[in-house]
Design a binder for this molecule. Structure first.
Ligand code: ADP
Ligand code: MG
Length: 236
């Protein structure tokens, strides 16, 4: 790619970061596809999420996320992002403003942090992994939950670890993350809730799968599904 001329990236002194890297596995359309797939997945599984939340919460998780991610899809329609991060920042801001429950600010902060970590029009798998970790950090800063507290962190933390550990291509990393999130979700059944509404139940929260860990598993499964078949990093 030519580097002369008046490209705004050059004007801003971003010479060290090429403007376009066609070999990168993540671009703006992929970010859109992931969020749309999440909107479909949570709508399809809304009853299940709400059932889980009725056992140890207030039966609104499916409704919360269906409304929130439908609003995300709507907010992204006709939006002209300049970077991958723009897509996620807008998604996060929408979730924060549209979802009342704990999960709105938590997922909203996660996506906003993911977005802030991705300032280019494309990104590598490594950059995306670091962004996912920034999202997890944001969830933990806001909610103060640790692994084992029976929250979305129990699916999100192993998913990020698996994504970062797995070998490329991107699709293999996403698939490893989805499997780890699913396993983390299942492990919440045996846990006693120490954060969020479910913690009010004390030991009676044991024996139920956490709704937020379940939606996090859906989110990573959606990522694996939309990236299955993306070209290998470095392919021509
Ligand atoms: P609310 O609990 O306000 O009704 P939701 O039902 O939408 O909100 O979401 C509940 C989920 O949010 C829980 O299953 C849990 O995974 C997650 N959650 C709640 N509190 C926290 C927290 N402090 N940190 C991380 N996740 C949390
Ligand atoms: Mg709830």
């Amino acid at each position: 790619m030519g580097r002369s001329g008046t490209h705004p990236g050059i004007a801003l002194g971003l010479l060290s970061r090429p403007q376009t890297r066609p070999e990168d596995p993540v671009d703006i359309p992929l970010a859109h596809r992931w969020l749309d797939a999440v909107a479909h997945a949570v709508a399809d599984r809304a009853d299940h999420l709400t059932q889980l939340d009725s056992a140890i919460g207030d039966a609104d998780h499916g409704v919360n996320l269906t409304r929130g991610f439908a609003a995300v899809s709507e907010a992204l329609e006709g939006y002209d992002p300049q970077t991958v991060g723009d897509v996620f920042v807008r998604a996060g801001a929408t979730l924060i403003s549209k979802v009342g429950g704990a999960s709105g600010p938590l997922y909203g902060s996660a996506f906003r942090a993911i977005g802030k970590a991705l300032p280019g029009p494309t990104c590598t798998a490594t950059e995306f992994g670091a962004a996912l970790r920034a999202g997890l950090d944001a969830v933990q800063r806001l909610g103060a939950a640790s692994p084992g507290d029976k929250t979305m962190v129990d699916a999100y933390a192993p998913a990020v670890a698996a994504f970062q550990l797995a070998e490329e291509p991107f699709a293999a990393k996403a698939s490893a993350a989805a499997a780890a999130a699913d396993e983390g979700m299942r492990a919440t059944v045996a846990m006693q809730a120490r954060k969020g509404r479910a913690s009010y139940l004390g030991p009676r929260s044991v024996g139920h799968q956490d709704p937020g860990a379940t939606s996090t598993s859906l989110i990573f499964t959606a990522l694996a599904e939309v990236t299955a078949g993306t070209p290998l990093a470095g392919d021509p």
